[in-house]
Design a protein around this ligand. Structure first.
Ligand SMILES: Cc1ncc(COP(=O)(O)O)c(C=O)c1O
Length: 491
């Protein structure tokens, strides 16, 4: 990062407000574009005029309010309860449904919701010394993070290379007496496919185990897509045996970042999620979520977003998103050598390359060079490398341009040819034990790949090729080391 003021973040003399904002805007110029429908990951853009301004004003209104104590700031409690009610109603819970007692909490994001779902399941079974969770490998990496943080063992279930879903028999077979939670995704992030939730929840229920549906990504789109006529399988509280569901409002509810909702079928299931502490001389503490002090900003911004868009607004946005998905999928089908990894059934388009002359990682770089930002996914456990596109409503205006851009980028990738790394480097990546990585080796690798201190290269194909050549544990270690190189203080 550049030191814009020549003095770092804490100058001796304060900088005038307008200049500070100019500095931030100058830094932001290097970012990928959060708006405009050319970035297919990280951001969710509805393309609705005035929505950002509303959310920003609402955020500012509550930014200094603290969610630490709901009795001190009833405004936040009211907005949180309203968000939980809206999410529960959308996902098959609330009065008049088969899940009338649904309760929930607002968290900072999908990862926090998933960690808390695992914590609630773990702490409901204090009798177990080695609790375990069953997660299809297509489940979000945040479950592995939860297992790691909470010292819960992870039992991965493979997915079929064609359907990209786990077999229910494999899920059932993975459940043991120590299993506290079984997971299904609706849909998975990587491929956008919905797991067989009803069947998975049934085998979990039969074993007396909780079942969490990770609808962080799709919980705010699948219900609208279903209303529009899409054949969305049952995945919410209407399914017996589903005990909790997560849905991120900062994804397809189009709220600014920092808001997810974790729902439980009833308050008893939620109880072990909380943490209370009175054994110290300070204030008695009770936290439903991981954070203690929490800004009201994201909650107010989400509340404003939902109220402003309303059901009609979300239905319209889902409709244009569905059309954009169809258009992008056609664009992929039209390019020789590219193949959809799964027929789109939600808001993801995911494709792979069948032609060895068409290197997907080079294709991603060629798209980036043309202003289209896609997400490469490494080959894993029998699944080929792929390119992921998260499709949001703003993409619909770009669909016509995407097809020619993809064709052009594919032609350029073919012309450039696949990435060729020195054979000794590939051999090293394939054989090196993570523990054998020395600082010198890491520095050498990083320099060779163009990963300088504080900056990533424009072209990432070589980095992705190296990572892909490495076994999973080495991939993880390299990622940590490479990002550690980027995260260095500026003085
Ligand atoms: C299915 C799913 N679960 C969980 C998460 C994690 O969400 P977050 O990045 O908000 O922590 C994501 C993020 O993309 C997701 O797609």
């Amino acid at each position: 990062m550049t030191d814009t003021a020549g003095t770092g973040a804490l100058p001796v003399e304060g900088v005038p407000a307008a200049r500070v904002l100019d500095e931030i805007r100058a830094l932001r110029a290097a970012d990928r574009p959060t708006h405009g429908g050319r970035l297919f990951a990280y951001v969710y853009d509805p393309g609705v005029a005035g929505l950002d301004e509303l959310a920003q004003a609402a955020h500012a209104e509550s930014a200094h309010v603290n969610g630490l104590d709901p009795t001190a700031f009833p405004s936040l409690l009211a907005m949180e309860n309203a968000l939980v009610g809206a999410a529960a109603r959308l996902l098959g819970g609330g009065p008049g449904t088969s899940a009338p007692d649904v309760v929930g909490s607002v968290t900072s994001g999908g990862t926090e919701s998933l960690i808390l779902a695992v914590k609630a399941a773990r702490d409901a079974r204090p009798d177990l010394t080695e609790p375990r969770i069953v997660v299809p490998v297509s489940g979000h990496a945040a479950f592995a993070k939860a297992a790691h943080y909470l010292r819960v063992a992870l039992d991965p279930v493979p997915v079929d290379p064609v359907t990209l879903r786990p077999a229910v028999a494999d899920v059932a077979a993975a459940i043991r007496p120590e299993t506290v939670l079984v997971v299904a995704s609706a849909p998975s992030y990587a491929h956008g496919v919905v797991d067989p939730v009803a069947e998975i929840a049934a085998v979990a229920a039969a074993a007396g185990v909780r079942c969490h549906v990770d609808a962080c990504f799709g919980g705010w789109t699948l219900p609208w897509l279903r209303r529009l006529g899409a054949p969305v399988p049952p995945f919410d509280f209407a399914v017996p045996g589903v005990t909790s569901i997560s849905v991120d409002l900062h994804k397809y509810a189009y709220a600014p970042k920092g808001v997810s909702v974790l729902l439980h079928r009833d308050a008893g299931l939620r109880a072990p999620q909380f943490f209370a502490y009175a054994d110290w001389p300070g204030y008695t503490m009770v936290n439903p979520v991981i954070a203690s002090t929490r800004s009201g900003g994201p909650i107010a911004a989400a509340y404003a977003t939902l109220r402003h868009l309303g059901e009609d607004g979300y239905l319209r946005l889902a409709e244009v998103t569905r059309d954009a998905v169809a258009g992008l999928a056609d664009a992929v089908r039209a390019v020789d050598g590219l193949r959809l990894l799964a027929e789109p059934e939600s808001t993801v388009v995911c494709f792979t390359a069948d032609d060895p002359e068409l290197d997907l990682f080079v294709l991603v770089d060629e798209l980036t060079a043309r202003g289209w930002h896609t997400q490469p996914q490494l080959a894993y456990a029998g699944l080929p490398a792929s390119v992921h596109l998260t499709v949001t409503a703003a993409v619909v205006r770009r669909v016509a341009e995407f097809g020619p851009a993809l064709a052009e980028a594919a032609a350029a990738a073919r012309a450039a040819g696949p990435v060729v790394l020195p054979p000794e480097l590939l051999a090293l990546a394939g054989s090196l034990a993570p523990e054998a990585l020395t600082p010198d080796l890491i520095a050498g690798l990083a320099a060779g790949l163009g990963l300088g201190a504080g900056a990533a290269p424009d072209r990432m194909a070589a980095v992705n090729t190296l990572l892909q050549a490495a076994p999973v544990r080495l991939r993880e270690r390299l990622l940590v080391e490479f990002v550690g190189l980027l995260q260095r203080p500026t003085w």
